[in-house]
Design a protein around this ligand. Structure first.
Ligand SMILES: C[S@@+](CC[C@H](N)C(=O)[O-])C[C@H]1O[C@@H](n2cnc3c(N)ncnc32)[C@H](O)[C@@H]1O
Length: 389
């Protein structure tokens, strides 16, 4: 961790302010809080959490780069999938969860406009007030002619949504429980206060709703005592509300993760928690609350099971590489408008970052969940890997 760039004094002051708030919650809870609560505050405490406060997160000047920040080809490919679904429904809306800088919305809408297949409305559901303001500015600046189609909502439409719901790298930004398997049952990690920060505290011998559901998931595996991993308790209720809202259409979730047998693999014995600070990745989420991103990989089997339990169909599961290739990445690259060799080489390099196995191509997966759709969804036709879930 010594090689992490040191935060500036004002950043450390900001982090100290959030730390005070968390120390208070820990004291009020009698000495410790579940890691999920700590992570939630670090990312989303109003005005102070990583996603809620004002510093730039995405792209070269931020902490990490997401696919829409790498290349407009990502959004242009997703547009092909959205267009097919919207056409099959005879129209509809798009709803994007957690739109980050707004770049994906801009690329998608630009491509859908050129295909003459715009959604009636483009809704954005974003938890962070700061990001919402940035998204509004970016769309007003880059797509003024479409701004009146875009609106920001604070909660999902209760019912009746028809169209496509999208979430790129949103599930990995939901807070998770961290647990240790003792050979027979799971024990949750809590976070306690220390004189100079925070420390882990294992809740030995305590059974809770979370440990019971983790036990059910892990008990069939042959994990050794001491195995540490994470469990996203929000996926099920989140997908339930998504399914309640969706009358007809596609839910497309893209994120880094694995099917469950790979997620809880004996070799992944210290879990998948990862933090990002100015393009440095490390594994200590207790450091500098509010200054760094904290993520956990996605268990796509859990996503599929929660979807089926909520009466959605799992229409496809594949890697980001196969998804983008099936959506016509190569054609999009050829039509990318690059007018000289340098521009083309740059666009080709970006495409490679999206699909090469050692880059994002295999680490990132796409899952398509549908209701009432009878077309093969573009993205999942070339290489459907549902049997791996
Ligand atoms: C890692 S960023 C990804 C941003 C963007 N989708 C991209 O690909 O660049 C995670 C985003 O998800 C948002 N987020 C997290 N949980 C959410 C939820 N339950 N509903 C809506 N947005 C959420 C965060 O505020 C943030 O904008």
């Amino acid at each position: 961790m010594n090689d992490l760039p040191a935060p500036a004094a004002d950043e450390l002051a900001h982090s100290a302010e959030l730390a005070v708030l968390i120390h208070r919650e820990i004291a009020a809870a009698g000495g410790s809080i579940p890691f999920s609560q700590f992570m939630e505050r670090c990312l989303y405490a109003p005005g102070l959490g990583y996603y809620s406060a004002g510093r730039r997160k995405f792209g070269a000047g931020g902490d990490f780069v997401t696919a829409p920040e790498i290349s407009p080809l990502f959004g242009r490919c997703l547009a092909k999938s959205c267009a097919a679904v919207l056409e099959s429904l005879g129209g509809g809306d798009i709803l994007e969860f957690g739109a980050g800088s707004g770049q994906l919305a801009i690329d998608l809408l630009t491509e859908l406009e050129s295909m003459n297949c715009l959604p009636a409305r483009y809704l954005v559901l974003e938890r962070s007030a700061d990001l919402k303001a940035r998204q509004q500015q970016a769309i007003a600046r880059q797509l003024p002619q479409l701004l009146d189609r875009v609106s920001w909502i604070d909660e999902l439409p209760a019912t009746g949504f028809r169209g496509v719901m999208l979430a790129n790298e949103v599930l990995d930004a939901m807070s998770v429980e961290r647990f240790q398997w003792d050979g027979e049952s799971a024990e949750l990690f809590h976070v306690r206060s220390e004189a100079d920060g925070f420390a882990w505290q294992l809740q030995t011998g305590k059974v809770s709703e979370a440990t019971t559901s983790i036990d059910a998931w892990v008990s069939d595996s042959d994990l050794c005592a001491g195995y540490v991993s994470e469990f996203n308790t929000s996926v099920q209720p989140w997908l339930r509300s998504v399914a309640d809202s969706l009358a007809q259409g596609l839910v497309l979730l893209i994120d880094y993760g694995y099917p469950q047998h790979e997620y809880f693999h004996p070799q992944r014995s210290s879990g998948t928690l990862m933090c990002h600070y100015r393009h440095y990745a490390h594994a200590d989420p207790l450091l500098w609350p509010g200054l760094q991103d904290i993520t956990a990989h996605v268990d796509f089997t859990a996503v599929a099971e929660a979807a089926v339990a909520a009466d959605l169909e799992v229409a496809g599961y594949t890697t980001q590489a196969w998804f983008l290739l099936d959506c016509g990445l190569e054609e999009c690259l050829l039509q990318s408008g690059a007018t000289d060799t340098t521009d083309y080489m740059k666009a080709a390099q970006q495409a490679k970052t999206l699909i090469l196995p050692g880059e994002m191509g295999e680490r990132f997966k796409c899952i398509g969940l549908t209701r009432g759709i009878d077309i093969p969804v573009p993205g999942f036709r070339l290489q459907d890997q549902r049997e791996r879930l």
